[in-house]
Ligand binder design. Structure first.
Ligand SMILES: Cc1ncc(COP(=O)(O)O)c(C=O)c1O
Length: 450
């Protein structure tokens, strides 16, 4: 009876606009209700839906809001998925042994000197693993901003205290060792989790070796656990990504997934690489995973074994993906900078984090006073969709925004890059594939100069 009522009301909740809180309130756990009530839909999904709605109304929208890889999954990986579609069994909760070994080999070859399969944990996207980790760990979460949109809401759902550290354009939107040290000197929490994301979403910038060494030293001094979110690591534009795990192996968990570098966000496969010392933490993750998602889809795990080979088809794919992203990202950053919109040159991934503050006075005549009104006005007046800096935990009055330069056909762009005979790929070589990106940037510049 009760079950039927819940089903009926839940269906009603999903199909109507009537205040859901009134309907579901009797069924919600009063202890956890407050954690969820204030969580809206993620800002990235919201802007995508808003842009799509304007699109449907016939407005010509250039969507720089939603960050998804424009590139196809490498053909060899797709073919492997097809070949293993028949695999239907549950797989051990930590992941397919062959895949754990492939991921460990990849790390040993590229980033960390010494690791093995037993340290690798496979999950349905890195986001889910981050949630479980924050659920299991005691203490507070330290997040440099601008930060990816989902770490703080996850912490809020779990009632974890979040300590923000604001970085600045002057420091390339990166955390300095001194800043971290000063914050940790004032922290009273015994256990601390620092989430570092580089190359960064939304900044596009990354740490140099010397920065990582300095941060590692401070983390070691304060016994901080680092969750090193390196999901854009393989999209470092010049292929020179380094992990802080190399300098702080005993205290770093590396997080990554197939979602960005392999263009397979919807396949939902992520992984953590735990330090050797943290077997107990990994066992707790396995216990939590076994009671929630059980395992990642078997065919996807077999396909991922192929994806983690560092051979010609994968290296060739990555070479051209990086080269296209570097070309497009540098073009956009240069154009924006030349027009007075402060923008750090991107070093990896596919985002820029422009700062419009030089135009604050002019923008105020349009009623723009913060990042949300900036993005709203820009969308209304030019049809260009960006995400406000406030969605990345920057102060609301700041005039920053995230621009994802992925509004192009990745498959065609890869073709142009492969056919390019000169050493350097230019934006003209990518014409007409990247014309929407070029058009979007020029609309922003024309608007700011209007
Ligand atoms: C910085 C960052 N970390 C983690 C994720 C989560 O990715 P996934 O759960 O697909 O592995 C994303 C996705 O947008 C991201 O941008």
């Amino acid at each position: 009876m009760i079950k039927k009522a819940v089903r009926k009301l839940t269906a009603f909740f999903y199909s109507s606009n009537v205040t859901d809180r009134l309907i579901l309130q009797p069924f919600m756990n009063p202890k956890t209700q407050s954690q969820f009530q204030n969580l809206g839909k993620s800002a990235t999904l919201a802007i995508n839906e808003h842009s799509a709605a304007l699109d449907r109304d016939g407005k010509d929208i250039i969507r720089f809001g939603f960050g998804q890889s424009p590139f196809p999954v490498p053909e060899v990986v797709v073919n492997t998925l097809k070949n293993f579609a028949y695999r239907k069994e549950y797989i051990s909760v930590e992941g397919l042994p062959e895949l754990r070994a492939a991921v460990a080999n990849y790390y040993t070859d590229t980033l960390v000197t010494d690791c093995d399969a037993s340290q690798v944990f496979i999950g349905p996207g890195s986001k889910e693993l981050m949630f479980l980790l924050q659920m299991i760990l005691d203490g507070e979460t330290i997040i440099p901003t601008p930060s990816w949109v989902s770490y703080p809401p996850q912490a809020a759902m779990l009632k974890r205290n979040v300590i923000y550290i604001q970085t600045s354009a002057d420091s390339n939107w990166l955390l300095s060792a001194d800043q971290l040290d000063a914050k940790l000197n004032h922290s009273s929490s015994a256990t601390k989790l620092l989430i570092l994301n580089y190359p960064g979403n939304p900044s596009g910038t990354t740490y140099q070796k010397s920065d990582l060494i300095a941060l590692a030293e401070i983390a070691r001094k304060h016994e901080v656990l680092i969750l090193s979110d390196e999901i854009y690591g393989r999209l470092n534009h010049d292929g020179s990504h380094q992990s802080i795990a190399k300098f702080y192996p005993e205290g770093t968990i590396i997080s990554s997934s197939l979602s960005k570098w392999c263009g397979a966000g919807g396949w939902r496969l992520g992984h953590f690489l735990f330090p050797k010392e943290m077997t107990q933490l990994m066992q707790s993750m396995a216990a939590a995973a076994s009671e929630t998602f059980s395992c990642v889809s078997a065919p996807v795990q077999y396909a991922a074994v192929r994806a983690y080979q560092t051979d010609e088809p994968i290296n060739d794919y990555l070479f051209h993906v990086r080269s296209v992203l570097e070309t497009v990202g540098n073009y956009c950053a240069k154009k924006l900078n030349d027009s007075g919109i402060i923008t750090m040159r991107p070093e990896g991934g596919f985002y820029l984090f422009p700062d419009f503050s030089e135009y604050r006075e002019f923008l105020s005549t349009k009623g723009v006073s913060d990042s949300e009104s900036l993005c709203r006005k820009l969308l209304e007046e030019t049809g260009v969709a960006l995400l406000p800096g406030s969605a990345f935990f920057r102060k609301p009055a700041e005039l920053t925004a995230r621009l994802a330069y992925v509004t192009f056909d990745g498959e065609k762009a890869l073709g142009h890059s492969r056919n390019n005979s000169s050493d350097i790929l230019s934006i003209d070589d990518l014409s007409p594939v990247c014309n929407r990106v070029v058009e979007g940037i020029s609309r922003i510049i024309d608007w700011i100069h209007s």
